[in-house]
Design a protein around this ligand. Structure first.
Ligand code: CDP
Ligand code: CDP
Length: 203
């Protein structure tokens, strides 16, 4: 069976958490497409040119444990505006989406560009303040010098860059289901996403 769940939304909205839980619930594979851009950004921070970096990605790049920093997120969003970088990453994402047994992909342009035919499209949001607080809680242990105000400014700048770029901007697909998680627990957000997939499954 081929069945694709596309989950898009701004930074720290809960896309990854919901995607992992939906994939585990239904036994689908999961791809965090942000990792492709983060790994490209990581290579660029190490001195490589962006397009060559995207074309050279290997599974080992995606497994690096230093992709979750604020600096890498920022570098990711800078390479993500380059059309040739995005083009280099399309086929990998599309073939993942078509794999047998079902797939969940999360990112910014899954429902709009990568998989416009996805059986389920969710657009996960939350207020910028809530998202920044969540990201701050994740990052502060590794970097005690980080402030909530700085994380909020970073999140806003990245959302603005992601939403305003010409190529594959962050926006809900016309047929996406909107899921605002500002006032939802993880359990409630996952339950809504699971229900949306359940409703679209064949049979
Ligand atoms: O993938 P994305 O950047 O959209 O977000 P995430 O990594 O899934 O979630 C960011 C943080 O928010 C994680 O620490 C989650 O545990 C937390 N979260 C939450 O507190 N409430 C939710 N409804 C969803 C996520
Ligand atoms: O986890 P978080 O939502 O903070 O970021 P991410 O999903 O890891 O994505 C990092 C950056 O990669 C985003 O800010 C986008 O600029 C870019 N990205 C993209 O352009 N398209 C995607 N499908 C996924 C990520």
């Amino acid at each position: 069976m081929q069945f694709t769940v596309a989950i898009d939304g701004p930074a720290a909205a809960g896309k990854g958490t919901i995607s992992k839980a939906v994939a585990a619930h239904f036994g689908f594979a999961h791809l965090d497409t942000g990792l492709l851009y983060r790994a490209t950004g990581r290579r660029v921070l190490d001195g490589e040119a962006p397009i060559a970096a995207a074309q050279a990605l290997t599974p080992a790049d995606l497994a690096r444990d230093d992709l979750r920093t604020a600096a890498v997120a920022e570098a990711a969003s800078r390479v993500a505006v380059i059309p040739e970088v995005r083009a280099a990453l399309v086929e990998f994402q599309r073939s993942f989406a078509r794999r047998e047994g079902g797939a969940v992909l999360d990112g910014r342009d899954i429902g709009t560009v990568i998989c416009p035919e996805a059986e389920v499209k969710l657009f996960v949001t939350a207020s910028a303040e809530v998202r920044a607080a969540r990201r701050f809680a994740e990052l502060k242990q590794a970097d005690p010098s980080l402030s909530l105000a700085q994380v909020l400014a970073d999140v806003r700048a990245r959302d603005e860059r992601d939403s305003s770029r010409a190529e594959a901007p962050l926006k809900p697909a016309d047929d996406a289901i909107l899921l605002d998680t500002s006032d939802l627990s993880i359990e409630d957000a996952v339950a809504k996403a699971v229900a949306a997939v359940e409703a679209a499954l064949p049979g």
